[in-house]
Design a protein around this ligand. Sequence first.
Ligand code: NDP
Ligand code: HSE
Length: 437
Amino acid sequence: MTDPASTPLKVAVLGAGSVGSQTVRQLLERHDELAARIGREFAVTGVLVRNLDAHRDSPIPAELLTTEAEPLIDGADIVIELIGGIEPARTYVERALRNGADVVTANKALLAESQVEIFEAGREGGAETWYEAAVAAAIPIIRPLQDSMIGDRINRVMGIVNGSTNYILDRMDVDGLGMQEALDEAIRLGYAEADPSADVEGWDAAAKATILAGLAFHTHVPREAVACEGITGITGELVQAAKASGQVVKLLAVCERLDADTPDEAVNVRVTPVLLPRTHPLAAVHGGMNAVFVDAMDAGSLMFYGAGAGGVETSSTVLADFVLAAKRIVRDAPPEFITFVDHLPIAPLDRVRSRYRIELQVGDEPGTLAAIAGKIAELGVSVRDVQQISAPQSGPATLVVSTHRAPERDLQQVVAELRTLDAVESVVGVIRVEGVE
Ligand code: NDP
Ligand code: HSE
């Protein structure tokens, strides 16, 4: 009889795109080094793709490529899922876990939609799911929240968690590129999702925020509960106006504990573009980089920074998960499962306190400013700053109103009521402001 300890672990890789092809390359090229760290031999038994003849960023031996998912998954001890999207990834992941194979995945869309079911499939099969690469690519952020900070109480997780949109906004800011041109570059660099709408509409960041919030607050946050606004409404004019006033536009994910230690304690999770002062540490996050701040009761503020996208960079965390999964199997250690034990209510965006920058087109006439200021005051919101940019000839002027912090529901009412004022020709744009009190 074969001693299971002497049998190489069988590793199936699903997907050979930006991340998958780099992961397979490393599993093959660095086999001996990784096997030594694991303490057991392993063999890549196959790599699932759609098209056997597609170009690969890193070539894969033809004999490893297959389009047959089930036989590959069913024979594996570890399945590395790098296909992306919901189906067929969910079917494959759940099948692997029910078979008793550990799963390594970078698929935040799938986890955000189905993490409870995936953990359940793992419980049934006695197998663990590893997903460090699913949030902020190369940055270790899952294990710090899940393990290193498990004894603390986290109040806020805030950061830039999408590399493509950060790349786009940075190129618009630094080089004056248009959004489409910058997005095309992000796609060429392998940063973007297969459907880049997931990046620019904020869905990818929202999926990551769901995962982070679950770990930070020990509370399941359904993806639908995340307020999500992407960057499609951000214009080159806004980016340049922000630059001129010492600010920068960033897409932020915020997971926040509200009214801690009161009967109203709840969590809010949101993704929105914001203006940050250029002196803010997140303003210095350029290109495809990501950064996440964690504020905890005892640890204070921690900052995690690094590559937020890219095939090679992401393969680092995929390989880390692979080695840990393999070590667990070698040690015959019981799998661990996420449990959402705190069950905090999810608060709507209405309850959050924000600051708005509201850009209006107004008639350049006496009484306009007074009408606008009067309406905002009537709704109980305090104005921090008003700037008027008059047109060169007579005609509409641009008015930029910045508010102090106020409840979102009041700020949204301000915008709605300003739209109805005779003095206001149009509301050109509204964006939240962070990093200032
Ligand atoms: P790609 O689109 O580059 O690659 C996807 C791969 O999966 C391709 O090889 C494709 O095959 C294969 N595939 C897709 N659908 C099927 C299917 N139905 N059956 C079999 N194979 C299929 O994706 P990425 O490598 O960029 O991303 C993979 C995962 O990693 C995603 O979940 C993504 O969100 C995540 N991620 C990506 C990062 C990045 O920077 N790119 C960073 C962090 C996470 P074929 O090549 O034949 O078309
Ligand atoms: N499309 C994602 C991004 C990949 O741009 O951040 C990393 O998760």
